[in-house]
Design a protein around this ligand. Structure first.
Ligand code: M6R
Length: 587
């Protein structure tokens, strides 16, 4: 988590430019932020204010998601060494920080924060004091320090930024500058991801693990861990800037839900055109492999559960594991196809699971939304889910596209589903917004909610409950309809909202719903069975579709809207819920 940014320019720029760039990374963490132009360091709590008229040619900034140490100004980055000569911003975790801190304290260094990151500043001050050149000190750092890091470092008096990477994402953006006489001045931007600068350049150099760079206004050099110069490729990337804007919507989340019909068609179309070859390769890898294991977290995990369900239905051996437990439960070998699912492509637990799978010689495929991300670059084959930039922390359109891609894959193996009208079907749910809002108002007065599903709607029940928890702060549990009577039913009380996902002919779900209704639960039904909508069924969202794999995905869209309107009724901070971050780059 955390976002870092550094800018070096041949001409003056306003500090507000640095902070505008940082604001584009705010979704990575938003507890506190700070910047330094190498003369002064400023830190604040809360949302980034992209202000600052003072001019500079160099600066680093950081937006924090706290790991070591609470949300305080002292713990905000950048951190300075004792003599203020070394200024750093860090994303990641220095695992042996305590050991390093103890040594540095013995050498007389005084620490001002509770963070693991501050050791980096003191470490380099000490090495420089010992007469080491910075590049040599970085090589030592890469040997002596364990953990994950993307670090930007300025040394007072030098117009350069040193950038070091291991396991946390880092990229260099190259901006063509204005002509000054015959000389073209370039601005270089170092950042956690390309979104920080994708509105001003489409050229980037990606750092690999244990590489570092020395970046100046008109030049940059990359080095390996030993300090030997290395050649790096400048890559051009495409990114749609429009999707990152909120326009007239109240929140990014509702804008992103409303984009679903569009992004779903775009992705399906790409599987027949631009991504046709990759898709064919994916199909052939699935055919060749003895078994499929998905690795994912959070919402992406729920999409992978759906994927496992669809593939299983066609007779393919498929399972999914939450990435942080992957190595404890997965039996992986060279005949296993591991499919990583990740919106950001940067989730540390998924990266770790893939490293484990690599060691076991499994083939790695990924479905990601952010191109050029670490997970994409670790994969033998990667497909883009093309959901477009997702800004709201609660993932919505990415879930839809991940699930639809997996459904499309299952179709190749005989799963019967008509995907051509999916966009229209999603719009059909939008037309019931008023009803959903009315139901949401009712739910918003409760402390708990339960979501029940079976088969294809079990993952969806979990996903809807996750959405409710994330953005409303209500307690919500998504569970298998069948499992309810084995304990959780004890929690059902008069008026407890239970959202029941009932597919056509799913008599078992009907019974499970009756069981909780008999105990006083307030039932909300999301169903494609018209008969469930008759008579007393006042709280019903009707999904006009067959019982094919689309039903679960469409039910989820209804659940996303329901969660959104509950959060709105409660006046929550919908796009940036407390304690969360969009990209989870720590274990
Ligand atoms: O970027 P990823 O898809 O790998 O992220 C995984 C989870 O962190 C993510 O889905 C998280 O659960 C979302 N906030 C859910 O809305």
């Amino acid at each position: 988590m955390c976002g870092i940014i550094g800018v070096v320019s041949g001409i003056d720029f306003k500090v507000s430019f640095l902070l505008e760039r940082l604001k584009r990374l705010e979704y990575r963490g938003y507890d506190s932020y700070g910047y330094s132009d190498s003369r002064k360091t400023v830190k604040s709590l809360g949302a980034i204010k992209a202000e600052g008229l003072s001019l500079t040619r160099i600066g680093i900034a950081h937006t924090r998601w706290s790991t070591h140490g609470g949300v305080t100004r002292a713990n905000a980055h950048p951190h300075e060494s004792c003599n203020g000569e070394v200024i750093i911003a860090h994303n990641g975790i220095i695992e042996n920080y305590w050991e390093l801190k103890t040594i540095l304290e013995r050498q007389g260094h005084k620490f001002r924060s509770e963070t693991d990151s501050e050791v980096v500043a003191h470490y380099f001050e000490e090495k420089i004091k010992q007469g080491k050149g910075v590049k040599k000190a970085i090589s030592d750092f890469l040997k002596e320090v364990s953990g994950t890091f993307a670090i930007l470092m300025m040394i007072k008096g030098e117009d350069k930024i040193y950038a070091i990477k291991r396991d946390s994402p880092l990229v260099l953006g190259i901006c063509e500058g204005k002509k000054a006489g015959a000389k073209q001045i370039q601005k270089h931007i170092l950042a956690s991801d390309i979104y920080a600068f994708s509105d001003i350049t489409d050229k980037a150099v990606f750092f690999e693990n244990d590489e570092f760079a020395v970046v100046e206004a008109g030049a940059y050099e990359f080095y390996d861990a030993k300090g030997s110069l290395i050649k790096k490729k400048v890559q051009s990337f495409e990114w749609n800037q429009e999707e990152g804007k909120k326009k007239d919507y109240k929140h990014f989340m509702i804008k992103e839900i409303e984009e679903e019909p569009l992004v779903v068609s775009r992705m399906l179309l790409s599987l027949d055109h631009e991504q046709k070859d990759q898709f064919k390769k994916l199909v052939s890898l699935v055919k060749k492999s003895r078994k499929i294991i998905f690795a994912a977290c959070g919402t992406s995990y729920h999409a992978s559960l759906l994927g496992a369900f669809y593939l299983h239905t066609t007779g393919i051996e498929a399972q999914t594991l939450i990435a942080s437990e992957f190595k404890h439960y997965a039996n992986v070998d060279k005949d296993t196809l591991v499919i990583a699912i990740s919106q950001s492509g940067e989730t540390m637990d998924v990266i770790d699971a893939l490293k484990y799978a690599q060691e076991k010689k499994a083939t790695i495929v990924s479905l990601v939304n952010v191109p050029y991300s670490t997970i994409q670059r670790m994969s033998a084959l990667s497909l883009n889910i093309l959901a477009g930039q997702e800004v709201a922390v609660a993932s919505t359109k990415a879930f839809v596209n991940q699930s639809v891609l997996l459904l499309r894959l299952a179709q190749e193996f005989g799963y019967k589903v008509n995907l051509s009208n999916l966009g229209e079907k999603i719009k059909g749910i939008f037309s019931q917004k008023d009803d959903i809002k009315r139901i949401a108002k009712q739910v918003s007065s409760s402390r708990d909610a339960y979501v029940l599903g079976r088969g294809q709607t079990y993952p969806v029940a979990r996903e809807i409950a996750l959405k409710v928890k994330e953005i409303t702060y209500m307690h919500a549990e998504g569970m298998m309809g069948g499992e309810l009577k084995h304990g959780t039913i004890a929690l059902i009380d008069k008026g407890t909202p239970v959202i029941s996902l009932i597919g056509c002919n799913d008599e078992d779900m009907v019974s499970n719903t009756k069981e909780v209704e008999a105990r006083g639960a307030e039932i909300i039904t999301i169903t494609n069975n018209a008969s469930q909508c008759r008579g007393s069924a006042k709280n019903t969202v009707f999904i006009d579709t067959d019982n094919d794999g689309k039903f679960g995905i469409l039910a989820c869209v209804a659940g996303q809207l329901l969660a959104y309107y509950v959060a709105e009724a409660l006046g929550r901070e919908i796009d940036k819920p407390r304690n969360l971050a969009k990209s989870v780059t720590v274990k």
